[in-house]
Structure formats: structure tokens, C-alpha cells
Design a protein around this ligand. Structure first.
Ligand code: ZN
Length: 384
């Protein structure tokens, strides 16, 4: 089941409501990652308290362990992980294709070795649909081929295969309480993106993702590709930009018409002791915080900021205490969800451009060295 209603659009930016089997989601939305059926370090009540409306789990990781049949036998993914709201599952294509040396691809599917034990396996479009149907997510993704964004010849081949697989996924998909999204590929090449958007739009998916961005290309390239691709997708269907979630990206990409986002960034940064503030990232490992009685962010209503000082969080982080990981994660998720809520409000009231400018004039974007970390997402073990 899927219903998408756009309340307001101001230029490309828009806000609306996506109704799924497990509840409604206000868009644009940021979906934290629960790749292995958990938001790392956070039990469900803590996650619920942050106001998350939809999580992203990963078919590749859950197929590998504990196995999608096990999850199904235990009542499906929602019941398994004690989460009653919406879940989107990524097909696992990104993970398989990031196993660089461990895979072989042909038109039928992709053969690869597990990153856990080296055993050989094969993903086909049909299997990827079956895994996600058994998991029972609200939104499932097709199997796509993720190529290096700069390799034109490879991207030509990859979109041909991606379209072939998208059609097979559509044919194999049978659950009416689950929506299957197509994924546009084509690297940094405008004509290939256009071709991919055109072919997939012709297949009539209930929603479209843009994949293969934020994998090492420049911000300028990412923005250019979005400006070129988004207008070619059906305006009345949700658009999902995969793997993007820094505060500045959420603003810039909402401005270019994106409705759904997911990224490991807020939770992974939190586990490394980096937390978001309106002025930019703050590293709790910095000695400057060792006697600081202030919360991470003055006035932040999250559980972490209401109760604990930077000095305490730094102490927990430096000591590797599990509570530190949890508290930092709660704040980072809360920060991004608050940002999305402010974005929705600004779009609704017609003040999005001014809001974006005000936020970005105050927020110090992480330096290129820190952004470089993003490129390492192109590695499966880190991706979860
Ligand atoms: Zn907070």
C-alpha cells in the first residue's frame, strides 16, 4: 500500500505525506539506518522517542544473517525487531557491488563471495524481491548495478542491466502491502541519467530512487545530476536519494526536489564521538570539552541534552562506554529529524529558501578531509 500526497511545492522543493502499510510518513523525511535490524546502540524505545517515522534495513545483511526465512518465520521484520512503524529495505545491490574483488556480474544476476566467510552466492532480481517480500518491509528496492560514477562505458552497461533487472523485479513482485521502487543509475553523465529516468518511469513504479550518488563525486556533480534527473521523474511519485544525509546535503537536495533520504552518517559519526550542532559538527573527543558543563546543544529537547553535559559525554566516549554511543546517537538522530521538521514547515509556509540560507550561514560544513570519510562508505563492512 502506498499513497503519496503533496501538500505544497515551492519550486522543486515540496512537502507531503506518504501513507504506507505501517503508518504515514511526512516528507521530506530522513530515514536512519537499521541495516542489521537495529539502529546501532539504540533499543526501540529510544529510537521511537526520537520521533523516527521510517527506518532503512538492508536485505543483503539480513539475508546473510540471520536469514530472511528466519525473520519471516518469526513474524516478519517489524515483529522481529520490535518496530511498528514503516521500514524501507535496500535490496543489497550497493553492498554486493561494493565487494569489488569478490563479484562477477552477468545479465542473469551477480555472483559474489560473502564478506563474512568467503562462501559463494548469487543474487538475481527474483531472489532480491523474494528476500524483501519475506522480510515484509513497507518499501522494497529493485536490484540495480552500481558502477563507479566516473566510468562512462561501465555506466552504459550498468544502466542496461539495471533496466533489465528492474523489469524482472516488477514481474516477480507480488505483495500488495509493499511498494517496490525503481532505481535510476547513470553515474555523473546527464544523458545516461536521462535515459535511465525515462526507461524506469515507463515501467510505472510507485516511487523512484536515485542511486550511485554520494560515492566519491563532487557536490557540484551531485547537484547537477539531481537538477537534471529529478524533473524527468513523475512529479506525483516520491523520490528517494540513496545514501545522502549530512545537514547541508539534506537542505541542498530538498531544494532540488528530493522526498526521502537515508544515510549511515549521523549514527556512525555519533559512535565516533562527533555530534551535530547548529554551528557544525562537534568532536567530543576534543580535550576542550573535558570540563564543559553545557549540553551538546543549548535548548535541544532530546534526552541526551536534557540530562547530560559535554564533559560527561566526552568521558563516556573516551572510555568506550556503550551508553556514550547511545546518547550521542540519540542526539544526532534528533538533530536531523528536527532539521527535517523545520524544512517541512518552511516549505509549507513558503520560507524554505530563507530558512536554508539562514541555516547554512550558521552551519560550518565539515572540511573536505572529514567529507573524505564518506568515500569509505564504498566498503561493505562500514556501510552498516
Ligand atoms: Zn540533543
Amino acid at each position: 500500500m502506498l499513497k503519496f500526497e503533496i501538500a505544497t511545492s515551492r519550486g522543486p522543493a515540496r512537502t507531503g505525506r506518504l501513507t504506507l502499510t505501517h503508518g504515514a510518513v511526512r516528507t521530506p523525511v530522513f530515514m536512519p539506518c537499521a541495516s542489521l535490524a537495529t539502529v546501532k546502540a539504540c533499543p526501540a524505545p529510544s529510537v521511537e522517542a526520537t520521533g523516527i517515522e521510517m527506518l532503512v534495513a538492508n536485505a543483503y545483511h539480513l539475508w546473510q544473517r540471520p536469514g530472511h526465512e528466519v525473520v519471516r518465520a518469526l513474524g516478519g521484520l517489524h515483529r522481529f525487531m520490535g518496530w511498528e512503524r514503516a521500514i524501507l529495505t535496500d535490496s543489497g545491490g550497493f553492498q554486493v557491488f561494493s565487494l569489488q574483488e569478490l563479484r562477477k556480474v552477468d545479465d542473469g544476476g551477480v555472483t559474489f563471495r560473502s564478506h563474512l566467510d568467503g562462501s559463494e552466492h548469487r543474487f538475481t532480481p527474483e531472489l532480491v524481491v523474494e528476500i524483501q517480500e519475506q522480510l515484509g518491509s513497507d518499501i522494497a528496492m529493485v536490484l540495480d548495478e552500481c558502477a563507479s560514477p566516473f566510468d562512462r562505458n561501465y555506466n552504459l552497461e550498468a544502466i542496461r542491466r539495471t533496466h533489465l533487472w528492474a523489469e524482472r523485479c516488477l514481474r516477480a513482485h507480488s505483495r500488495t502491502d509493499q511498494a517496490l521502487f525503481g532505481i535510476v543509475q547513470g553515474g555523473i553523465f546527464e544523458d545516461l541519467r536521462a535515459e535511465s529516468a525515462r526507461v524506469l518511469a515507463g515501467m510505472g513504479f510507485p516511487g523512484y530512487a536515485i542511486g550511485g550518488l554520494s560515492v566519491g563525486e563532487s557536490k557540484e556533480d551531485m547537484h547537477r545530476i539531481l537538477e537534471h534527473t529529478v524533473p524527468l521523474l513523475p512529479a506525483d511519485k516520491p523520490r528517494y536519494l540513496m545514501g545522502v544525509g549530512s545537514p547541508e546535503d539534506l537542505l541542498e537536495c530538498t531544494a532540488r526536489g528530493i522526498d526521502l533520504f537515508d544515510c549511515v552518517l549521523p549514527t556512525r559519526l555519533a559512535r565516533n564521538g562527533a555530534v551535530f550542532t547548529p554551528e557544525g559538527r562537534l568532536n567530543l573527543r576534543n580535550a576542550a570539552h573535558s570540563e564543559d558543563p553545557r549540553p551538546i546543544q543549548e535548548g535541544c529537547p532530546c534526552y541526551t541534552c536534557r540530562n547530560f553535559s559535554r564533559a560527561y559525554l566526552r568521558h563516556l566516549t573516551m572510555s568506550g562506554e556503550i551508553l556514550g554511543l547511545r546518547l550521542n546517537t540519540i542526539h544526532n538522530i534528533h538533530f536531523l529529524l528536527t532539521l527535517m521538521s523545520d524544512i517541512r514547515q518552511a516549505v509549507l509556509e513558503g520560507g524554505f529558501a530563507a530558512f536554508k540560507e539562514a541555516f547554512l550561514s550558521r552551519y560550518r560544513v565539515a572540511d573536505p578531509k572529514a567529507r573524505e570519510d564518506n568515500r569509505r562508505l564504498w566498503e561493505v563492512r562500514d556501510r552498516s
